[in-house]
Design a protein around this ligand. Structure first.
Ligand SMILES: Nc1ncnc2c1ncn2[C@@H]1O[C@H](COP(=O)(O)OP(=O)(O)OP(=O)(O)O)[C@@H](O)[C@H]1O
Length: 339
């Protein structure tokens, strides 16, 4: 899909703490262009969900943005979301920003029909009349692939399967034509066939609605198929980013390489890199240098001496946070290690 230079999201220098001022997301910056799909990957606990929730203004009660800027839209439509008031969130969330999560049932009211919940959103957020909201709801249910949409309209969440509920939630999320849809592990709990259908639906919605997508997943294959760009997070930081094909074709950070190795041996269900000894750092864990160093087979003194910045690479749009950039992931170094 051709990219427009127009931005729908600009996140700069984001830091998020949880609990007793434990820093869980640190120094995170990225942009999403109009119509662009960006994949956010990393092990469990790497800060993907907190990053998304910071953008959505839905941090847990113990979570807060310490600093950084989150701007939705560009030019005259730009809105600063950090520190936004409730009235701003009412105009943004569910309208310009949509979201779907892993467990759709918990985002729906069990005592109201799914049609009522979508129609209500259209009435409140898009100002449609009762009759128009009903008509549009049925159209949207059809568009997201729900068969017999009129009868689905009158069903309650417990009467629908996980895949159907996710379709309902997607219909609700795109009902007000948002600029950006955040999908946080939206297909993780589904079986592979339904997962593929939902991903196909997201791809189609991108085309028909001009949606931008921030897709959080632990599945690199999904990112490879769906996203133009990838952000790899580790220990609360972005460690590598760039065009998906280039990053996955020639990773520059040992962590990205490790993720790819794990993906290749089909170990992702366990969602830890147990092929590499050690655990990822916990939120708030202070480390002077690279947060991956204790688990990195290439770690040297330079890696733990001090903070390692995210550095722009020669290839446009690529960056990586490694003290030994260009030194360790060369063909010869890899051969040496695997020998
Ligand atoms: N409400 C909370 N209270 C305390 N710590 C939290 C809270 N939410 C997240 N954390 C911690 O912050 C860090 C980042 O968590 P986050 O949920 O963003 O990771 P993630 O990459 O989305 O993981 P997963 O793939 O498991 O969802 C983790 O160390 C996690 O334990």
């Amino acid at each position: 899909m051709p990219l427009s230079p127009e931005r729908v999201l600009d996140v700069r220098d984001l830091q998020v703490s949880v609990g007793d001022h434990l820093v869980a997301v640190q120094d995170v910056s990225f942009q999403i262009g109009r119509g662009e799909a960006v994949g956010l990957v990393g092990e469990s606990g790497s800060g993907k969900t907190l990053t998304c929730r910071a953008v959505l203004g839905l941090l847990p009660t113990t979570g807060e943005i310490d600093h950084g800027r989150i701007v939705l839209g560009d030019g005259a439509d730009a809105v600063e979301l950090t520190g936004a008031r409730r009235s701003t969130w009412d105009q943004v969330r569910g309208v310009r920003l949509g979201a779907v999560f892993q467990d759709p049932a918990s985002y729906l009211n069990p005592s109201l029909t799914v049609g009522h919940q979508l129609a209500e959103q259209l009435r409140v957020k898009a100002g449609l009349s009762r009759a128009a909201a009903h008509r549009r709801s049925v159209e949207l249910f059809t568009e997201v692939g729900l068969h017999e949409p009129e009868s689905v309209f009158h069903q309650y969440p417990h009467e629908l399967s996980g895949g159907m509920l996710q379709r309902v939630l997607i219909a609700i999320s795109v009902s007000c034509e948002p600029e950006l849809l955040i999908a946080d592990e939206a297909t993780t709990a589904l079986d592979v066939v339904i997962q593929a259908e939902i991903l196909e639906l997201l791809r189609r919605l991108r085309e028909t609605h001009g949606l931008s997508l921030l897709l959080v997943t632990h599945d690199l294959a999904v990112v490879a198929e769906t996203c133009e760009r990838i952000l790899v997070m580790y220990g609360g930081q972005v460690v590598e980013s760039g065009p998906t094909a280039e990053v996955l074709g020639d990773p520059q950070h040992p962590y990205t390489r490790a993720l790819m190795d794990v993906a290749t041996i089909g170990n992702w269900e366990r969602r830890t890199l147990d092929v590499i000894p050690g655990q990822p750092p916990a939120a708030g864990e202070r480390m002077p240098g690279c947060r991956f160093a204790p688990r990195c087979r290439y770690a040297a003194a330079a890696c733990v001496a001090g903070p390692v910045p995210l550095v722009d690479l020669e290839t446009e749009g690529r960056s990586a946070r490694c003290a030994r950039l260009g030194e360790v992931l060369t063909e010869s170094a890899l051969e040496e290690v695997s020998a």
